[in-house]
Design a protein around this ligand. Structure first.
Ligand code: WT7
Length: 645
């Protein structure tokens, strides 16, 4: 049976796209059969101080585990994103900034951005930052965030961007884990008309860990306390510094950044990406997947605190000399027309967002979309979670008026950039499918025992060979890198996702198969939420699972066992939710808390999450085998008292 719904490549696209059907097939074969020749040719898109001759040097095997790409090449990321464009497009717009309020916006040309990056690089040097040092960036979606990232890259410092929605505790943990010398922040951020107290959060974080300096960009001009000797105002520090700063020559395998992401166990991992392979992958995929053409305005709505913002707000577009739009606000402020108003205001050609945002907007009806023109749009994209066909069709018909192909891009923080996606001129679309792997991406489906599944099948998604944008290690814990990704199926990278492949070879991601929840396209580890809950005085034990949520994709469902003598109440429930928000951040706040006098455990004491998931999903008819439970009565109680999720 094949899927009835197929959207063929429109004929204009088939003719003029950067990659056509034939081109895609040829590139897949070339990347597979002659990887060194293929990637060395493709990597010429970057400007190398010393071009690589060693191209691919990889083994996923335990005995000889290593991943290196372009290993004897030398380059600098800021040079590639700025300096090399000055002659050809110095006066073209690099960044369009749209503020939280529709009245606030601005533009920076490549020349202006270059000068600003040089100034910040020189300020950082003045604060003692040198090649290899770590710098934490905790900023709102303002051009200074891109400036800070590129300033680090320019001098060879490793940045760690922390999303502004994370709590002081989460920030402190990330500063400590990578040993940052400096934090770059702003007085405040703005989101949906509300102020985000970034500097105050940094102050709170620095009660737990210490750094040499805090560099503060002013954004709202709020009054903020200054700690003498530690805090430096960027607006003052930049006066008198040179607006030129040489680029540090970096080896392709030198670290570029660390980005923390949640896993199935333990604390968030510091995913490390390196200079050559990462930048290449961000730039190559940005051009290929989005069919980017010079002069076009590209808008990725993600925050730079996530990998999507790294690769498709900053590095990919700027390496390609594109005009990238940075938006500080939210989709429904001042009203639910905002995205489309911004599209019209800045004549956006390519628009890339998350299914959760589309579902939330779809609920408001077609009116807010139709109140705008959107005539500039020519391509739409989604990322972060599976898109339900209903939302896909709404995006295609209402937002894109049937004119714009949709690229549903599957990838992960670990992959650096898109791995599975339609190419708009080469792939017929099926709503809800990320379709096919990019050239050089070798996918397999395996069952739990590692048996490779052929043809149409469902299983766990693994990748059998490396690609340049692959992460290189977990900061400070190389063993954890190997164990997390390469031990489940020896010799293969395990994505953590379940997936179906149909008879046309199209891939349909079904979601995480580990203890990771995908909340509004953001990853949350169940273990992290559980740790936060048990930190509360009244909590004896907690177990957290995901459940289907109309807008967020998945919601967070927490089973909480209270200490003896503590009575559950609505007030306590609110208190626990507030506690998790404070410990981790608003994205980790449980949607549902069910009081659980006991949790279903095996006789050896292991919590049976499978059962908890079923109850949370309200699929209690299919609890499966409960005979190994120490106390089966626990389950009856949980089912009877299931929270009305
Ligand atoms: C997980 C990675 C990559 C940027 C944003 C998320 C899920 C991502 C898709 C998609 C279905 C998707 C996967 C993946 N995911 N894109 N197009 N279709 N699922 O990055 O936080 O590292 O999360 O997001 O489950 O493993 P991340």
């Amino acid at each position: 049976m094949s899927d009835p719904e197929l959207y063929p490549v429109p004929s204009e696209w088939a003719q003029r796209a950067r990659m056509t059907k034939a081109g895609y097939e040829a590139a897949r074969v070339a990347a597979h059969e002659r990887p060194d020749a293929f990637w060395s040719e493709q990597a010429r898109r970057l400007d190398w101080f010393s071009p690589p001759t060693d191209i691919k040097d990889v083994s996923f095997d335990k005995a000889d585990f290593h991943i290196r790409w372009f290993a004897n090449g030398e380059l600098n990321v800021a040079w590639n994103c700025l300096d090399r464009h000055l002659e050809t497009r110095g006066d073209e717009t690099a960044i369009i900034w749209e503020g939280d309020e529709p009245t606030q916006s601005g533009k920076l040309t490549y020349r202006e951005l270059h000068a600003e990056v040089c100034r910040m690089a020189n300020v950082l040097k003045g604060l003692g930052v040198a090649k290899g040092d770590r710098v934490t960036i905790y900023l709102p979606m303002i051009p200074a965030a891109a400036v800070a990232m590129l300033a680090c890259a320019r001098i060879g410092a490793i940045h760690s961007v922390v999303f502004g929605g994370f709590s002081p505790d989460s920030l402190a943990g990330r500063i400590e884990d990578c040993g940052s010398k400096v934090v770059i922040t702003a007085d405040e951020g703005l989101r949906g008309g509300k102020r985000v107290p970034l500097k105050a959060n940094v102050d709170a974080a620095l009660e737990k860990v210490s750094v040499d300096k805090v560099l503060i960009v002013s954004h709202t001009n709020a009054h903020i306390p200054i700690v003498e000797g530690r805090d430096v105002r960027y607006g003052e520090a930049k006066h008198g510094v040179d607006d030129d700063c040489p680029c540090e020559p970096m080896n392709a395998e030198d670290p570029l950044f660390i980005l923390y992401t949640s896993g199935s166990t333990g604390k968030p991992k510091g995913v490390l990406h390196t200079t050559g392979g990462y930048l290449f992958w961000a730039a190559w995929t940005h051009e290929l997947v989005f069919d980017y053409r010079p002069g076009e305005v590209f808008w990725c709505t993600a925050d730079v605190g996530w990998v999507t913002g790294h690769s498709y707000c900053v590095y990919g577009p700027l390496a390609n000399g594109a005009t990238t739009l940075m938006f500080e606000g939210v989709p429904n402020y001042p009203d639910s027309s905002r995205f489309w108003q911004v599209v019209d205001k800045h004549r956006v050609e390519i628009f890339y967002t998350a299914p959760t945002a589309l579902r939330a907007l779809m609920r408001e009806g077609d009116g807010p979309v139709k109140a705008t023109s959107r005539e500039s749009l020519r391509l739409l994209g989604t990322v972060g979670e599976p898109i339900n066909p209903e939302a896909w069709r709404w995006y295609h018909e209402v937002v894109g008026e049937g004119r714009c192909p949709i690229v549903d891009t599957w990838w992960q923080t670990e992959t650096g950039g898109v791995l599975v996606s339609p190419l708009p001129g080469a792939t017929d679309l099926k709503p809800g499918s990320a379709t096919k792997p990019l050239p050089g991406v070798e996918l397999e489906l395996v069952d739990a025992d590692g048996t490779v599944l052929e043809g149409a099948a469902s299983g766990n998604l693994v990748i059998t060979d490396s690609w340049p944008g692959q992460m290189r290690t977990v900061w400070g814990d190389h063993q954890r890198f190997f164990d997390t990704y390469f031990s489940a199926y020896p010799g293969k990278y395990f994505t953590g996702d379940g997936c179906r492949r149909d008879e046309d070879g199209y891939y349909w991601i079904t979601g995480r198969v580990d203890d990771v929840i995908n909340v509004s396209g953001h990853r949350m580890g169940t273990a992290e939420v559980e740790s936060a809950l048990v930190l509360h005085d009244v909590v004896a034990e907690a177990a957290v699972v995901g459940f289907p949520h109309d807008i967020k994709g998945q919601g967070i469902y927490a089973y909480v066992t209270l200490n003896v003598g503590i009575e559950p109440s609505e007030e306590l429930r609110r208190d626990l939710v507030a506690h998790v928000r404070k410990e981790i951040g608003p994205i980790a706040a449980p949607d549902v808390i069910q009081w659980a006098p006991g949790l279903p455990k095996t006789r050896s004491g292991k919590i049976m999450r499978r059962i908890l998931r079923k109850i949370a999903e309200n699929d209690v008819g299919a609890l499966g085998d409960t005979s190994t439970l120490a106390d089966p009565a626990v389950v009856d109680d949980l089912v009877r008292n299931r929270a009305g999720a």
